[in-house]
Write a protein that binds this ligand. Structure first.
Ligand code: ATP
Ligand code: MG
Length: 764
């Protein structure tokens, strides 16, 4: 065992080692730049707490920013301490952890254990009728207010920990605040009007959520804080809290951390230079706040980057260094220089996309199999930019996947089926009823639905009970056509509820559900792309059985003696039904993380935000343009700059930035300029980027592999692949030439920067 202890400490440098071995009872901040091993240290520290300090795995709480990051940490930890112990560590996003404990202790804070987690679409539907009430008022004042805006304001309030009444109070104070001139309130009046309306809606919205026995995503955190502060039993298990990406926590998440860490033992890792969620109310100030609140907090800095070649690190640091408000830090690498990051300009987004696709092919061939599709990522400022890239890749026959892109759980067919299951689990959840009642279309109009709603409200029964009564003819004044329309709905639900009460597996429930409502046939008749939708239904069944088997794994694990002791307080809590666990898993996955299928064989397309914490051998960032990056709608240009820094620092061996001089935006072709984030950098040092991609000579190949810690490619394989590539791509033999439509027709053009910072084309 002591050998095992040593083995995970061996691969750390001295600063990392110090962080891992830091006394558990002294709060710790590990502050360091990208690729310096923060996440690695956090994972090793968990192992150290368990193996060296003999903490119970289930007494450790590790918080990650996304489900994907949690899975990655699980994988890394499994290698250090094995599968069984890893499974016991409470690891996940703040949301997932809250959901878990809220279910267990629901009743102690006045919730029902079968609450439904409400997504943004359902929240919007709840808000619609309330917003309608203010429509005329707002219109008279020339204000347009949309559901999404209302939700965003409410969500911001919740991120700050403000309840509906806090929010109201807050506004009242602000509107009574003395003004310089009492009758010139014009500038602030619009904001006040919107806030006042939102305050009213916020209250109604909250009431409706509770009546529906549901929580929205922000509520998971707010109720989590409430639970962990009001019910000490719910956090008694916790001996140490570790938080990754701490720079992006908001006020409510900070409060959560404080509440869970009742033993005051916390380790956080972060990098202020990578704070990119200010737009979602993240507060980088939490780092300073923690030093105050946890007065003995110590800091450890890591200064060696293990991820990137030194030329990539140098160019990335130059970008972030343009932020003059930032605190200078040192970050170095012992990796070789490697190919200089590429910066290229194109005349259109199509030219740009086809260059990148061609380049991916060329790299794979010239690296002789040392790099594969899975080693590439295209990072975008926002998702809408992906279409051009996707189709260019497709044209070249390169398989790709969009990370967080198509939001599986937001698809029509998935939401349809989930609505039925939500309703079975929580008959009070109105959005699910409204959706299910007309899936497939049963001709029950909006008017009938609101009539049913009002009736259920009045007689204080759930909608399901009401329709059951109508179906059984117990409510005579309902018109026969309505009764007829309900005829197929009520028995289906009844069958499902019976199956669910017998703990039928969710995958079987879904199979039965699609049969009962004739869903395949319905899709075929109503959706032109019914076959891919039907595939998604199959995927949902797969997901359900995956959740089930994960669950069974975990159930086996919790019977270990150690764990049993830990779980005694929890044992009295109601047992989770398989259906509820499945619904929970699907709601929490809806933040976008998807199955890992094809991860290694496909080029990844992702937003820069979602790429946080991850790394790829080759990173391409297209559309590095003014108005796009920085995005024109931003309030915080420095945050945009940091986002570009985050994107560039994902790269290990090769980095490509590009821009198009004209790009179609919302159907209109717009002239575009290179992002000031980059042009200002090359003005100072034109050698940081080069418009000419690597030729992949033998020494270059060697260096690329060295940074990746991979064996050199086989020379025979390289020759073979290049020959193959030249055969199939002959027509594009000079594909890394500069776009001819721009320059002269005298053959390949390469662009370099003159010291004055203007483009200057040179013949190669
Ligand atoms: P980010 O800020 O982007 O989240 P990070 O600081 O969390 O980065 P990690 O992801 O933990 O960095 O590490 C970056 C890479 O460097 C990983 O591949 C990791 O395995 C490697 N690495 C970290 N420390 C060492 C080390 N001491 N020796 C070898 N490789 C290391
Ligand atoms: Mg990290």
């Amino acid at each position: 065992d002591s050998m095992a202890v040593l083995s995970y400490l061996k691969s750390l440098n001295s600063a990392q080692l110090k962080a891992v071995q830091h006394p558990p009872q002294i709060p710790l901040q590990i502050l360091a730049g990208p690729g310096s091993g923060k996440t690695k240290v956090l994972t090793s520290r968990i192992a150290h707490l368990i193996l060296h300090h003999k903490f119970l795995p289930s007494s450790i709480c590790a918080v990650t920013f996304t489900n994907k990051a949690a899975n990655e940490m699980k994988e890394r930890l499994t290698k250090l301490i094995g599968k069984e112990k890893t499974a016991e560590v409470r690891m996940g996003t703040f949301h997932a952890l809250c959901a878990l404990f809220l279910r267990k202790y629901a009743s102690s804070i006045g919730l029902e254990g079968n609450f439904t987690v409400c997504d943004a679409e359902e929240s919007k539907k709840i808000i619609t009728p309330f917003l309608k009430k203010y429509k005329d008022d707002l219109a008279a004042k020339d204000i347009t207010l949309k559901e999404a805006t209302v939700l965003a304001i409410i969500s911001k309030a919740k991120a700050k920990g403000l309840s509906a009444s806090d929010f109201h109070h807050d506004i009242r104070i602000r509107s009574h605040a003395p003004k310089n001139s009492s009758d010139s309130q014009i500038s602030s009046s619009t904001v006040n009007d919107i806030d006042l309306v939102v305050a009213e809606i916020y209250e109604d919205y909250e009431k409706t959520l509770r009546k529906n026995n549901s929580l929205d995503f922000d509520d998971l955190l707010l109720f989590g804080v409430k639970l962990f502060t009001e019910n000490p039993t719910s956090v008694k298990w916790c001996r140490h809290v570790l938080v990754d990406e701490f720079q992006d926590t908001n006020v409510t998440q900070y409060a959560l951390m404080e509440a869970i860490a009742f033993a005051r033992c916390v380790t956080v890792v972060g990098d202020p230079d990578q704070s990119i969620y200010g737009w979602r109310s993240a507060e980088v100030g939490n780092l300073a706040r923690m030093q105050k609140d946890f007065s003995s907090t110590e800091q450890i800095f890591l200064e060696q980057n293990y991820r990137s070649s030194s030329s990539i690190l140098k160019a990335s640091l130059a970008i972030v260094a343009q932020d003059k408000t930032r605190i200078q830090k040192s970050l170095h690498t012992s990796h070789p220089v490697g190919p200089i990051p590429v910066l290229r300009s194109f005349s259109s987004e199509q030219m740009e996309a086809s260059f990148l696709a061609g380049e991916i092919k060329r790299i794979v061939a010239h690296m002789g199999g040392a790099l594969n599709w899975g080693d590439f990522v295209v990072l975008l400022r926002f998702n809408a930019l992906s279409r051009t890239i996707e189709s260019a890749l497709q044209k070249e026959g390169i398989p790709s996947r969009v990370l967080n892109g198509h939001k599986f759980f937001e698809r029509l067919e998935i939401k349809d089926l989930l609505a039925y299951l939500q309703l079975v689990d929580n008959p009070q959840f109105v959005p699910a009823f409204v959706r299910a009642i007309n899936t497939p279309a049963r001709g029950i109009g909006e008017k009938t639905v609101s009539e049913l709603l009002a009736r259920a409200d009045k007689s204080k029964v759930t909608l399901l009970d009401l329709v059951e009564k109508i179906h059984n003819g117990k409510i005579p004044d309902i018109k026969p056509p309505v009764r007829r329309k309900l005829a197929s709905f009520v028995p289906s639900i009844r069958v499902l509820r019976n199956l669910a009460s017998e703990n039928t597996s969710p995958s079987d429930l879904i199979r039965r559900l699609v049969e009962l409502i004739g869903y395949e046939d319905y899709l075929r008749k109503t959706q032109p792309d019914w076959d891919t939708r039907w595939e998604n239904v199959q995927e949902l069944i797969t997901f359900a059985s995956d959740v089930q088997s994960d669950l069974e794994d975990n159930l086996n694990l919790t019977v270990t003696a150690e764990a049993q002791q830990q779980e005694t307080d929890v044992a009295e809590a109601p047992r989770e039904t398989p259906l509820r666990l499945f619904l929970q898993a699907s709601m929490l996955s809806s933040e976008g993380d998807q199955s890992k299928e094809g991860e290694n064989e496909k080029v990844t397309i992702s937003t820069c935000h979602s790429a946080k914490g991850l790394e790829w051998p080759v990173v391409m960032v297209p559309a590095v343009e003014q108005g796009t990056f920085p995005f024109y709608r931003t309030d915080d240009a420095e945050e945009e700059r940091r986002l570009l820094y985050v994107a560039c620092t994902r790269a290990q061996s090769l980095l490509y930035l590009s821009h198009a001089t004209s790009r179609k935006v919302a159907g209109e072709t717009k002239t575009k300029e290179l992002s000031a984030f980059v042009s200002s950098v090359i003005k100072e040092d034109p050698t940081l980027f080069f418009d000419r991609p690597a030729m992949f000579s033998a020494p270059e190949r060697k260096v690329i592999c060295q940074v990746l810690n991979r064996p050199d490619p086989d020379e025979g394989e390289v020759t073979k692949r290049i020959t193959e590539y030249n055969k199939t791509s002959r027509n594009r033999a000079s594909e890394y030439e500069y776009d001819h439509s721009q320059g002269s027709s005298q053959g390949p053009q390469f662009m370099t920067f003159t010291s004055s910072g203007t483009w200057n084309s040179l013949n190669a």
